[in-house]
Design a protein around this ligand. Structure first.
Ligand SMILES: Cc1cc2nc3c(=O)[nH]c(=O)nc-3n(C[C@H](O)[C@H](O)[C@H](O)COP(=O)(O)OP(=O)(O)OC[C@H]3O[C@@H](n4cnc5c(N)ncnc54)[C@H](O)[C@@H]3O)c2cc1C
Length: 390
């Protein structure tokens, strides 16, 4: 094999690319896997700009099954990813997720809770009274209730990414500091990639793990992916009145979400229909002051006195078809695999997705059938339904 040949090239070394690389190497450490990633600081990667949440509270069966596997992985992650005496510390905190439900949302929410329970998940339906008993600062009057996942929680996304990346490297994967500028193909078969440095890497398999940049990468082969970079903002608050115990990730019917952060702080965010499309990482306190804070203070009146400490903006790779992942080989280009369009839940799907994509490439029977996310559905315009998108 020549120096510029690989068995598999992975475009993008965020959590998805790194999880794919890890699983490939774990199956077969004689593989030549090259991960192309331009930014080793990950300053714009969605992975490091996320809020680090994992939950079983989804409504699509496969999304729930992915999360069940994620929970298993999170529990033993530090041991699985240990290298000699080094163990990553992902600071996994099972502080729960609470979805508030209004009357309009109740039928679908109850159906989702039933499905989660039938699949063996821990989830409870809470009345407004019970919500108030657990979290006295909340004002749930007017809500139908809420679904609470006690094992849902959050962890350190950067440490999680580094766990996958370092282990993939320890098993023999190579990370190359460069950008893919073109997918090379011949006769509807991928041949490799051309890099910004001018080099070409030949490979039989190329995996698109470029997150919010995924559609740009696909476009170089004439493929249209319905994945757009959408700016999402997060705000860090220091409230005058502190909750007595950590607040779970709490999601209001409007999509506003908040949770306790270490150091007695609160994280707050909301996906909004007018969030701009593009590679814009600026954040503004106007949106916080005019839209998010009034909504927060209505549900948590004690938070009408607080200090905005800082904020940040990151990108969701929004799949405009249905907000769900697109996983598998692109039907019109052999050897070109996609792991794209995760919208706001890709971090927690990395374990299942990394394993699944590696199984597809290596021709192994998938441990978890994720074929419902196949790229065909994009061409056929067949969206999946998921009510648990945040
Ligand atoms: C504010 C916010 C909060 C979120 N909260 C959560 C959450 O709580 N839970 C959850 O599960 N998910 C959350 N997400 C979503 C989650 O962060 C993403 O779905 C996930 O990180 C996607 O990982 P990725 O590896 O696909 O993308 P990224 O982490 O963005 O990695 C893609 C990489 O590709 C590289 N790249 C781009 N173009 C090229 C190219 N041409 N060649 C080579 N490399 C390239 C980039 O440099 C980047 O490092 C959140 C996202 C945001 C923005």
């Amino acid at each position: 094999m020549n120096k510029n040949d690989s068995d598999i090239v992975i475009v993008g070394g965020g959590v998805i690319g790194s999880a794919v690389a890890y699983h490939l190497m774990r199956h077969d450490n004689s593989l030549k896997v090259t991960v192309v990633e331009p930014d080793s600081t990950y300053s714009k990667a969605s992975t490091t700009l996320s809020v680090g949440n994992a939950r079983i509270q989804f409504s699509l069966r496969e999304n729930i099954l992915i999360s069940q596997y994620t929970f298993q992985v999170l529990d033993k992650f530090e041991n699985i990813m240990a290298i000699d005496r080094y163990k990553p510390n992902i600071a996994y905190r099972r502080e729960g997720n609470l979805f508030l439900i209004d009357d309009a949302g109740r039928p679908l929410a109850e159906k989702a809770v039933d499905l989660q329970k039938n699949l063996g998940c821990q989830v409870e339906w809470w009345s407004p009274k019970k919500i108030k008993e657990h979290y006295p600062l909340f004002e749930p009057t007017g809500m139908a209730g809420g679904s609470f996942g006690p094992l849902d929680g959050h962890f350190d996304p950067y440490a999680f990414l580094m766990g996958y990346k370092n282990k993939a490297v320890a098993l023999g994967a190579t990370y190359l500091k460069d950008s893919v500028v073109e997918l090379l193909k011949s006769d509807a078969k991928v041949q490799g990639v051309r890099l910004a440095s001018g080099e070409r890497l030949a490979a039989e398999f190329v995996v698109n793990c470029a997150g919010a940049w995924a559609a740009d990468v696909a476009r170089t082969a004439g493929i249209h992916l319905p994945v757009e970079p959408v700016k999402r903002q997060v705000f860090v608050l220091d409230t005058m009145i502190k909750p007595e115990k950590p607040l779970p990730l709490t999601i209001l019917p409007s999509g506003l979400y908040f949770r306790s952060e270490t150091g007695g702080l609160i994280l707050l965010g909301k996906s909004m229909v007018d969030d701009p499309v593009g590679f814009d990482f600026s954040w503004d306190n106007k949106r916080f002051a005019e839209v998010l804070w009034p909504e927060l203070a209505e549900f948590v009146p004690a938070f009408d006195h607080l200090k905005l400490v800082r904020g940040w903006a990151g990108l969701y790779a929004v799949n405009r078809l249905d907000g769900n992942a697109i996983l598998g080989q692109w039907p019109e280009l052999k050897g070109f695999y996609l792991a794209n369009g995760f919208s706001g839940h890709g971090l927690q799907q990395a374990p299942g997705v990394g394993r699944y994509i590696s199984e597809l490439i290596l021709g192994l029977p998938p441990k978890l059938d994720l074929s419902c996310f196949r790229p065909h559905r994009v061409l056929e315009n067949k969206p999946l339904s998921e009510i648990g998108l945040v």
